[in-house]
Design a protein around this ligand. Structure first.
Ligand code: UDP
Length: 378
């Protein structure tokens, strides 16, 4: 073990990005990954029909952070895909985020202009969260807010989080604001796209460094133990720093209780046709028990005629059963407080570093994870 300066638990984006930055500084790295593959939830692969699919849900890279973009661009080219989403209404689909095109579809062009003027006057911006619209002083805007709340957010959020939009962390719903412009891209960031070949290829390129050793199929917590401020690896005290990217409550044996997460069940379906739906993702905001359907070819821009694969997402409470994967931290005052207790415990271990969506218990996007590793290790 003395051969390694860092032991990294988890080969997802957080672990791999940390590994690469540190390896380039000359540190010797050992990564232990529980799953049989690297990449964590950005892992993608060809399915039986030769379609590239995202095994753990659709991932669309987007950022305004040039440093993050430049860093990842050393390991992949990008396909320049710009994400488009529509919500499935009974009569038609409307673009999401709800924008002037959606407003025109629902209310007509004249009304859209009036609403734009109202919003500029009250908010001085063209991007407003649904909750702010609902609470608007302008009756026309609060009526629009109520419409969007009821038809875009309510049922989707109940399926996704088991709670109403008014009950979830406001940061969550404001990820998808109402936009008073004709820009119907899901993300407005300067840089967006998917790795030209695949996420897995990008991850493997990041890991391809003489100072990095990767071992898959190994549950790090069976080998790494924390006790009285000291870290042990295979029973021996280690001086190596430990970067932990898994669930922090699990690291400490759930001693303060279980942090709440949401998990997802995925259903893949392959159809013998060129195209399944008009855009890459269709959100089911008023019907069905899945939240959304994503058609992979439309994200990856893979050319393959006569066949297409889609994925339906069914969210539910994470219970920590074998094989279940926690995808989303459920941030509430109570869960943040519990997480804080774990962080206090972690501070007894000066060589332990918690990084990533799970370990930091934050609803990070991919770019935020990489930004965090650059900030910590560069
Ligand atoms: N949301 C919604 N309806 C939509 C899209 C989003 O209610 O059509 C809400 C929902 O609560 C969701 C949150 O906005 O969890 C954030 O959406 P985002 O697309 O960012 O979720 P992710 O892709 O991270 O699952």
């Amino acid at each position: 073990m003395n051969r390694y300066d860092y032991i990294i638990c988890g080969a997802g984006l957080a672990g791999v990005s940390s590994a690469r930055i540190l390896a380039e500084k000359g540190a010797k790295i050992l990564i232990l990954e529980k799953l049989s593959h690297v990449g964590g939830s950005v892992y993608d692969l060809l399915d039986d029909s030769g379609i590239l699919v995202h095994k753990y849900g659709p991932h669309i890279f987007h950022t305004n952070n040039k440093k993050v973009f430049n860093f990842l661009s050393r390991f992949t080219k990008w396909n320049k895909y710009s994400h488009k989403v529509e919500a499935k209404f009974p009569e038609c689909n409307v673009p999401v985020p709800f924008n002037l095109k959606s407003i025109e579809k629902v209310y007509g062009a004249e009304k859209a202009e009036d609403l734009l003027n109202f919003v500029k006057k009250e908010f001085g911006t063209d991007t407003v969260s649904v909750m702010s619209l609902v609470e608007s002083k302008t009756p026309e805007l609060s009526a629009l807010g109520k419409f969007v709340y009821d038809n875009i957010f309510l049922y989707y959020t109940v399926k996704q989080w088991g709670k109403k939009p008014s009950e979830v962390d406001p940061k969550t719903t404001s990820r998808v604001p109402v936009r008073f412009s004709y820009d119907d891209r899901y993300f407005t960031d300067e840089y967006q796209g998917l790795p030209l070949e695949s996420y897995t290829t990008m991850i493997k390129a990041m890991l391809s460094h003489e100072n990095i050793t990767v071992k898959t199929g190994i549950d790090a917590l069976k080998r790494v133990k924390l006790e009285n401020g000291k870290i042990y690896f295979d029973g021996e005290q280690t001086e190596a720093k430990v970067i932990y990217t898994g669930e922090t409550d699990r690291l400490f044996g759930y001693c303060f209780g279980r942090l709440p997460y949401r998990t997802l069940d995925f259903k893949f379906e392959t159809y013998k046709k060129d195209s399944f739906q008009p855009v890459a993702t269709v959100n089911y905001t008023v019907s069905e028990d899945f939240t959304r359907i994503t058609e992979f070819k439309k994200l990856t821009l893979q050319k393959k005629d006569g066949i297409t694969t889609v994925m339906k997402e069914y969210p539910r409470r994470y219970e920590g059963k074998d094989g279940e994967i926690p995808y989303y931290p459920v941030e509430t005052d109570e869960s943040r407080k519990m997480y804080g207790e774990y962080v206090k415990l972690a501070s007894d271990y000066p060589t332990l570093i918690l990084v990533g969506r799970l370990a930091e218990y934050k609803y990070y996007n991919m770019d935020a994870v990489v930004a965090r590793t650059l900030e910590l290790f560069e």
